[in-house]
Design a protein around this ligand. Structure first.
Ligand SMILES: C[S@@+](CC[C@H](N)C(=O)[O-])C[C@H]1O[C@@H](n2cnc3c(N)ncnc32)[C@H](O)[C@@H]1O
Length: 294
């Protein structure tokens, strides 16, 4: 019998709803402040039971009192989704092969940033696409020396999963022929049905926690940043701030990919629209603003 049959989710009070969603907005930019009472009740009801609390009030107290911030991160995790998949939104990977990678061929260092990388499928899709494109074997010293994908997320749980790089067989369905053998180790015995990204490929990924609304401590600039399917949680003001941070981390002529269900319309930014969900930083980019560009 499921939990929900045993214990119906209690309805959250308006006051509690406002306090929880204000905290999520203030600390993580996640905007659930209007009309999401049902979603918040259901998702936090489960969390509340798991943490042994009898009410939303005592759960919220736990979140506020935890100085490590881990309980808050777990709450945000429950309120948002980590849904992702390999080669999600294939148009981005096609564009990358056709327009981005050919220009990076001669570089000694090739670094890309996946800025809300969730459980790692996006990071590894980038790595596999690049290895394939340059015909680098996963264990080639050249790839190890030249290639790095930085994966960041607010969720420590998602980052741990990304770092482990273990995926159920069905997650690999639809990947190009040969990829599972080339890039994964197949689990046996108790790990039957699980695939683990080869260690030499995992070493090309760098994982760290980063909240997109915080100032970016890393001064690197990238020819390509992916920040997909996270901006939907932000209001315009936060989107504008995040895009400004990301633009600062793009090289001139560097590309930003956002989710195809997202848009930069109505926010002020200095990027050029290329095609749906693809933007480019102008060469010699000034601070000119581009309000309303898609
Ligand atoms: C739906 S997943 C998208 C994963 C991947 N980019 C994709 O498109 O498949 C959204 C991710 O954004 C992360 N996230 C939510 N708020 C964030 C924030 N303020 N800073 C960084 N990451 C955040 C979540 O933890 C989650 O892993």
């Amino acid at each position: 019998m499921s939990d929900s049959v045993l214990e119906p989710t209690p309805q959250i009070s308006q006051r509690m709803y406002e306090r929880i969603t204000a905290l999520a907005y203030e600390r993580c930019g996640v905007d659930l402040r209007r009309g999401k009472e049902q979603l918040v009740s259901v998702r936090l009801g489960k969390k509340m039971r798991e943490s042994g609390c009898k009410s939303y009030e005592s759960y919220f107290e736990q979140v506020e009192q935890d100085r490590t911030g881990e309980t808050l991160i777990a709450m945000i995790d429950a309120l948002t989704t980590n849904y992702t998949s390999f080669l999600r939104e294939g148009a981005h990977f096609a564009y990358m092969k056709e327009h981005v990678l050919p220009k990076l061929e001669k570089r000694e260092r090739l670094e890309i940033w996946s800025a809300a990388s969730s459980t790692g499928e996006e990071i590894f899709s980038i790595l596999f696409t690049i290895l394939d494109h340059f015909s680098w074997a996963p264990d080639s010293p050249e790839a190890a020396r030249r290639l790095k994908v930085r994966g960041t997320d607010i969720s420590t749980r998602a980052l741990r999963a990304a770092q482990a790089g273990v995926y159920a067989e069905e997650r690999l369905e639809g990947l190009p022929a040969g990829w599972s053998r080339r890039y994964f180790l197949r689990g046996t015995g108790r790990q039957q049905g699980q695939y683990r990204v080869k260690p030499e490929v995992r070493k090309m990924a760098e994982f760290s926690r980063f909240n997109l609304i915080d100032p970016e401590p890393d001064a690197r600039q990238y020819p390509l940043i992916l920040c997909r399917n996270v901006m939907i949680y932000f209001d315009r003001m936060t989107q504008e701030k995040v895009v400004r941070t990301l633009t600062g981390r793009l090289e001139p002529e560097g590309h930003l990919f956002i989710g195809h269900a997202e848009s930069l319309s109505g926010i002020s930014h200095s990027l050029q629209y290329v095609k749906p969900a693809i933007f480019r930083k102008p060469c010699g980019a000034g601070q000119e603003s581009n309000r309303g560009a898609r």
